[in-house]
Design a protein around this ligand. Structure first.
Ligand code: NAD
Length: 498
């Protein structure tokens, strides 16, 4: 069912993969179809055309995959193999991902509506994350002697077993890397439920894992709907540790079920990030970078800077520069060379963005840049223009997560006021502070109530820095650092009286 938009030539591997459908999941190293025979279409957001039909797993199909992952944990040798040997497997997997990086990038760009360089960046991030955790796991001491009077005692760190992962549609490959790399490097097996809208790259990666010689059953992919496959994975008694990335609404459901089953769960949820911009910045530079952030992947980024809080003395200058930059963004098909911003992922997402614009203006916001639907000649995809609303943040479009290229700007006078406005939210994922006074930068960054604070930049994810949310943005710690690796080992003490 492969479709290429006019002027786009597909890699032969992408073409062959898309034409081989309906696409199956991967369980126990094999392509496995859903037993109901039902499929879910996945579309190119830039054309609206179906790229492929993908099998929708039933609850029983998911349970069988979890059983397979637990069998592989017990019998494949993955969990007990020396860390260095596991490292050899995972580096070989990373090598094969690298060899296929152009194919993966095109698949990701087609399925998610990402610009090709951005999709390529996600592939690079997946590979470097996998290598980062693989190397770290090889160097962490997993057995520690304890100095205890009258006893010989020590602790060990052991993998948990089958770990479940449910991912959203915005960064399938990058989040697959952030989520599963520490689990795999620690010796666990994984069962992954990709989003209905963007399952293709995850299935492809699981096939490459097989080619890399990762033992069968270590990496399993169960495509399907959230209500069926996602709910079944969450509720499975065979899952020893759960990780969910997505909306707070579904996160709450997943948290409730895991709580009932006493399964440890990590929730990485939505955001409504702020950027507090002081009067000592280079206004042109700050406006350029914040416009870059809100239009990156069409604003479908959980930690985006969606609320711009700008010092009153530079407010007019900042808003006028940001507005002209937003108006100059060239909305186009994601694989066209001139594209500055591609589509949003689906018709549902486009309606959500347009709905929030309407509600925001009805609630009193000034539409500095009106946004709205964008027409891209020759492409029937889900395009919207970037928008800038202004005024009081007591407005639905400033309070709730839109997940599109819509920024909301307001002004502040004092440092305390800027911090208070930034913290006046239910969310707590990521914020940034913009100032040339590094003392103030650190002070404000530390006063923001969120998992992550950035200084003079937005969207920073170097390996080694934990990333995660608090309040409505998440629970259970961050990802992307040594702490994440430790999450994927359970701790056990051993003691003998002397
Ligand atoms: P979503 O919550 O609708 O779906 C996420 C995943 O959950 C999908 O795979 C979906 O199929 C599955 N799901 C749906 N219902 C389920 C259920 N009842 N039980 C189990 N699983 C179910 O989110 P989305 O629309 O795909 O993604 C957007 C959201 O993700 C935004 O809120 C965004 O901020 C958030 N997000 C957060 C992070 C982070 O790191 N904090 C990263 C990316 C996206």
């Amino acid at each position: 069912m492969a479709t290429a938009a006019p002027g786009v030539s597909l890699h032969p591997e992408v073409e062959a993969f898309l034409s081989s459908g309906p696409l199956a999941g991967v369980v126990g190293g094999k392509d496995v179809t859903g037993t109901s025979g039902e499929t879910i279409p996945t579309r190119d957001p830039g054309t609206g055309e179906v790229l492929a039909e993908v099998h929708a797993f039933t609850a029983d199909d998911v349970e069988a995959a979890v059983a397979t992952a637990n069998d592989a944990f017990r019998t494949s040798g993955w969990a007990t193999m020396a860390p260095n040997d596991r490292g050899v497997h995972l580096h070989r997997f990373a090598d094969i991902l690298e060899k296929n990086k152009d194919v993966l990038a095109q698949l990701e760009a087609l399925d998610c509506g990402k610009l090709l360089p951005h999709a390529a960046g996600d592939v690079g991030n997946l590979i470097s994350t996998l290598r980062y955790f693989t190397d770290m796991a090889g160097h962490v001491q997993r057995r520690s002697a304890l100095a205890v009077a009258g006893h010989e005692a020590w602790t060990i760190r052991s993998p948990w077993g089958a770990c479940g992962f449910i991912f959203p549609w915005n960064f399938p490959l990058l989040l697959f890397g952030w989520g599963t790399s520490p689990a795999l490097a620690a010796g666990n097996t994984v069962v992954v439920k990709p989003a209905e809208d963007t399952p293709l790259s995850t299935i492809y990666v699981a096939k490459l894992a097989r080619e890399a010689g990762i033992p069968d059953g270590v990496i399993n992919v169960v495509p399907g709907s959230g209500a069926t496959a996602g709910a079944a994975l969450t509720a499975s008694r065979g899952i020893k540790r759960m990780s969910f990335t997505g909306s707070p609404e579904v996160g709450r459901l997943v948290g409730e079920v895991c709580g009932r089953n006493l399964v440890p769960v990590k929730l990485e949820l939505g955001g409504k990030g702020a950027a507090v911009v002081f009067d000592d910045v280079d206004v042109e530079d700050a406006a350029t970078k914040l416009v870059g952030a809100i239009t990156f992947h069409s604003g479908q980024v959980c930690c985006d800077a969606t609320r711009w809080i700008v010092h009153e003395s530079i407010y007019d200058d900042f808003v006028s520069r940001a507005a002209s930059k937003l108006q100059a963004i060239h909305v186009d098909y994601q694989l066209s060379n001139a594209c500055g911003m591609g589509p949003v992922v689906s018709e549902k997402q486009r309606a959500r963005v347009l709905g929030y614009l309407e509600k925001g203006v009805a609630g009193g916001a000034e539409a500095v840049v009106a946004g709205g639907p964008a027409a891209v000649p020759g492409h029937e995809g889900y395009f919207v223009k970037p928008a800038l609303l202004a005024g009081s943040f007591d407005n639905v479009a400033a309070r709730e997560e839109i997940f599109g290229p819509v920024a909301f700007v307001t002004k502040f006078q004092t440092e305390d006021e800027g911090i208070a406005i930034a913290n006046n939210t239910d969310y707590g994922l990521a914020n940034s502070v913009w100032t040339s006074d590094l003392g103030r930068a650190a002070r404000v960054a530390e006063s923001m109530i969120a998992g992550n604070s950035w200084i003079n930049a937005h969207n920073l994810f170097p390996h080694g820095v934990p990333y995660g949310g608090v309040n409505k943005s998440g629970m259970g710690g961050g990802v992307n650092s040594i702490e994440t690796l430790f999450d994927y080992w359970r701790s056990q003490s051993v003691v003998r009286p002397l």
